[in-house]
Design a binder for this molecule. Sequence first.
Ligand code: SF4
Length: 366
Amino acid sequence: MVYRYTGESQSGGKNWEQNRKLNVKNVVMAVFRCCQKGNHLDTSGCFQDTLSKKRQFFAKELLTPMTEIRNEFSWSKSRNEIFQTCPRQYYFNYYGYWGGWEPNAPERTRHIYILKNLKNRFTWAGEKVHDSIKHTLKNLQRGISVLDVDDIVSITLDQMRDDFRSSKEKRYLAHPKTCAFFEHEYEVDLPDAEWKKVADDVQTCLRNFYSSEIYSFLKGLPQQNWLEIEDFSSFNLDGTKIWAVIDCSFRTEDGVTIIDWKTGRSTTTDVSLQLCCYAMYGKEKWGVKPEKIKLVEYNLLSDQKSESTVTEGEIANTRTYIKGSIADIQSLLLDVENNVPKEERFFKKIEDDKIRDRCNFRKICH
Ligand code: SF4
């Protein structure tokens, strides 16, 4: 039988065992407070109550069979990129870490899990900008007033300072869901000015966003026109779940607009695959023809945006590409239906110093 696993993300960084102890403690404390208020005439009544509540707690919270957490196969642009970069890195990211959050996980599995969660300062900056904008847009969508840009910047920078301190102290070793920087784990010697530049870039991105025409437009968008804001959305391709996380989308007079926020300095990334995935999702989810879906890529750092649409032909090519990628990746599975991988050694290592230097897993990859 499979029992309930509450998971760290649902419990403020606490694991299953810590949660269980906390909940038992809460039940006992509730009864104790009840006694203090004089709700019971004698302690035996409280004791009975305690037992009854404990029994209910164990029956309801601990022994309720839940759906087993399964490592299901899905496809995403980033999954494909990791596989293309290095199959061994792919193995660590999608299989080697599995179960590393368990209190009794083997040491190497737990280590892989911690390394998987490392982020570098650039992805962290991007996440902070996305989180902040997502929060604002969700408020707009629900008709809740939005803070002043200075307050938003100040809150974001405070959060960044907290993240930085936490990672520098390596809290993530005991609490793997907290912020963990690649730069700290691998003791990259970075001058303070580099970190300051990252914070400055975040501030620039946010200020550009909150003074942009797009933001002014979104502020006036009727509530019924909003579609998705950073939802974990997916569509199905021949039985495989394909992820397409959309930063912002809304209905227009004759179709749908999807916006993708970019926060990096590079403008050379090929975004056609990503845009086609969005269009495929839009077609399946909202029934909108590809030519009616406008894709806007807005680089918040350079304050530049570009617009595009994709054609049915490009979507057909993308579909073929994704199917090929799925077949390549699944060729390293022992059991495709249950997403069981072959042994680690079958996932080839890439001997490239440039890739290795940036790889989260080099500590355990020998
Ligand atoms: S250290 Fe190199 S071979 Fe190992 S996972 Fe990273 S990139 Fe791949």
